[in-house]
Design a protein around this ligand. Structure first.
Ligand code: ATP
Length: 661
């Protein structure tokens, strides 16, 4: 599929989509999550692009919902589904399901919806879904303890592009390379020419490093997983509670994730923790070790009677010797013991192992009071510990990154499957909540609904009375005030729209003839002025002329008479209905002027009626299912009849009633 051939995809969007691994597959599958991973493409936009791609694939000219009210019904239908999603993703993904007049597209969604309806919406699964989100790309990672080095200007540019996370340095010779090794824990030389050069520090010669960026910056994989850790864990939980087949071994994936900290560092490695703590605690441990030694020495001196012969004292004074010499002479053993205590403390406090020898040298043998550490040795110890810590961290990072890199695709598949489950569960819940069935989608015209209950009514769903209604060709729907004429049109429109989306419909059973367009005109509020009236007539004129056998339409119109005066309205409606009938369209026109329309028509027009079964306590008792071929009596007629029946007049109401006949 040519990316630019998709409606709504220009050169810029196509370039963004090309950043994806397989943009064609994402478009083909309507995979909003993958499309939204392209830079600068939001989920809403991804859904629009996916819809465009689906239309292109099915050669769908679009335009099914041909009027404002038809589009509102589609939006309402969609809202019934998106209200039942847990994730934002699933709501966006459902937005790729649109009413289409093309059978192949409808069949595609029907297959998906039929499988979805088999799903059991379980509270634990819905709960687990709440933390699932599409995987995110982490922001830029900067790694400062490593650098790449090359002698070649062209490689320098390649390296910057391939591994932007680290700095790239140009070096002329081994000496400059050695200088870099003093500033960075690890230097990766990209030129073969440096092979065999002996330089102190962690200097590697890896001419293939640019092909395997993860070996230089394992952080790339680690930050990806760290950023997405909770989402992947949640997706794994969804698989567990929903008993879904996972694309990889979940325990292996989860235990690898457990070794990862939120910031992408490796956790749970005792040796690394030991070294990191030693670096952090070094200064404090040195100072405590000094105190330990000095306390010991002070106590020892305090308890000691130092006897010094006069000649010795003189000789010391003459030489200008200080108390150190005295210590050396008289308290050598105590000093040695104090220093030993300091050394032991340092080694123990920092849990040192292979650096013990260096640590011990931090307190010199030469006696001095107070005991003081050697700055140089402590600095060296710090360097050694830091290098050991960084090397250990890098080794662990590489090992974990290697493990995780292999699971990256599986993790993405795991999250996608969990999100897809949310889409399926929304359909399953919609079907269950509104007692839906899959409609028959036929090539013959008309609609036949049995036990249809519209979830769009203003009464709670369990109070909605089921409606049976079948229409073939064109018909006028008459009925008492508030009998449910508009609601019946809404039900027909909703069932037709859902059926063309490939979704189940809220009815015991339904047959829907495939159409290319749904024209639903809601009741206009009040009479139109001449200009608006002309525009409405033109709209119907255009519609009537456009209808053809290869572009079948369904037309639903609510009280068109409200646009003009009753006499003219009946004539106009009759004319439109006759033209639609000649063109084999399916149409239902709700009207209070059914009788006048029938009189104005030159051919026989079908009239159905929503009848009142009578007045009970002043309230109409209505049979919500239109009766075929029956012009319903109006509400005023029913009231006059009731008054005539009461018989407390001089025959006035009886006379009035006879005028209705
Ligand atoms: N199938 C149904 N089950 C339960 N209540 C319904 C049903 N159909 C309609 N109603 C109730 O009747 C009310 C009036 O319905 P609706 O507006 O469809 O009647 P109408 O015949 O179009 O009225 P009007 O003649 O005033 O245009 C609805 O708001 C709803 O409360």
């Amino acid at each position: 599929m040519e990316l630019e051939s998709v409606p709504g995809v220009g050169a810029k969007t196509a370039a963004a989509l090309r950043e994806l691994d397989d943009p064609e597959a994402a478009l083909r599958d309507g995979d909003v999550a993958s499309l939204a991973r392209a830079p600068g493409i939001s989920e809403g936009r991804a859904a629009r692009i996916a819809r465009g791609a689906i239309r292109a694939e099915h050669d769908d000219p679009g335009g099914f919902a041909a009027t404002k009210r038809a589009r509102e019904i589609h939006e309402d239908a969609l809202a019934l589904l998106t209200d039942r999603t847990v994730t934002d993703y699933a709501a966006k993904r459902l937005a790729t399901i649109y009413p289409s007049g093309v059978r192949s597209r409808i069949e595609e969604v029907r297959a998906f919806a039929e499988a979805a309806m088999e799903r059991e919406p379980d509270a634990a699964v819905l709960d687990a879904l709440s933390a699932v989100e599409p995987l995110a790309e982490p922001g830029d990672v900067q790694v400062r303890d490593r650098c790449l080095a090359t002698r070649d200007a062209e490689r320098y540019a390649d390296a910057q592009a391939a591994i932007p996370e680290v700095s790239v340095e140009v070096v002329d010779d081994a000496r400059q390379l050695a200088e870099l090794a003093r500033s960075y824990s690890t230097v990766v030389a990209l030129d073969e020419a440096f092979a065999g050069v002996d330089i102190e520090g962690d200097v590697r010669v890896e001419p293939d490093a640019l092909e395997e960026p993860a070996s230089v910056v394992p952080e790339r994989v680690l930050t990806f997983f760290a950023r997405n850790r909770d989402r992947i864990r949640a997706a794994a939980e969804v698989h567990r509670v929903a008993d879904l087949d996972a694309p990889c071994d979940l325990d292996t994936l989860l235990s690898a994730l457990d070794q990862l900290d939120e910031d992408g560092s490796v956790s749970g490695d005792e040796e690394l923790d030991r070294l990191a703590t030693a670096v952090d605690d070094l200064d404090a441990a040195v100072s405590t070790a000094e105190s330990v030694a000095n306390d010991h020495l002070r106590e020892a001196i305090e308890e000691q009677d130092v006897t010094i012969e006069g000649t010795d004292l003189l000789s010391l004074v003459e030489r200008g010797a200080g108390v150190d010499s005295l210590l050396q002479r008289e308290l050598a053993d105590e000093y040695a013991a104090a220093v030993e205590k300091a050394r032991d403390h340092l080694v123990d406090a920092l849990a040192l192992r292979d650096m013990e020898a260096t640590a011990r040298r931090a307190f010199p043998d030469e006696p001095a009071y107070p005991v003081e550490h050697s700055e140089d040795v402590v600095a060296r110890l710090r360097e050694e510990l830091t290098a050991a810590r960084d090397q250990r961290a890098t080794r662990r990072k590489r090992a974990l990154a290697d493990d995780l890199a292999e699971m990256r695709e599986d993790a993405a598949a795991l999250v996608d499957a969990a999100l897809e489950l949310d889409v399926e569960l929304a359909i399953a819940r919609f079907a269950a909540d509104f007692d839906c069935t899959m409609p028959d989608l036929t090539e013959s015209e008309g609609v036949a609904i049995e036990g249809g209950r519209s979830p769009l009514l203003d009464v709670p769903f369990d109070e909605v009375e089921p409606v049976d209604y079948a229409v073939e060709g064109v018909t006028v729907l008459s009925g008492v005030n508030s009998g449910g004429k508009t609601s019946t049109l809404d039900l027909v429109a909703l069932v037709t729209t859902l059926a063309h989306m490939g979704l189940p419909v809220p009815a015991e059973s339904a047959r829907v003839g495939r159409v290319s367009e749904l024209h639903y005109h809601a009741k206009t509020q009040g009479t139109l002025d001449a200009g608006a009236f002309e525009a409405t007539l033109r709209e119907f004129g255009g519609l009537v002329t456009d209808v053809s056998a290869d572009r079948p339409v369904m037309v639903l119109v609510d009280e068109l008479e409200s646009i003009t005066e009753p006499g003219a309205a009946a004539t106009i409606i009759a004319g439109i209905l006759e033209s639609l009938s000649e063109r084999e369209a399916t149409a239902v026109f709700v009207s209070h002027l059914a009788e006048d329309i029938r009189d104005a028509a030159e051919s026989d027009l079908a009239v159905d009626g929503i009848e009142a079964e009578g007045l009970v306590d002043g309230e109409l008792r209505v049979n919500r299912s239109p009766v075929k071929g029956k012009l319903a009596r109006s509400t005023p007629e029913l009231i006059v009849e009731k008054l005539a029946d009461d018989g407390d007049d001089d025959g006035f109401y009886g006379d009035l009633l006879s005028k209705f006949e």
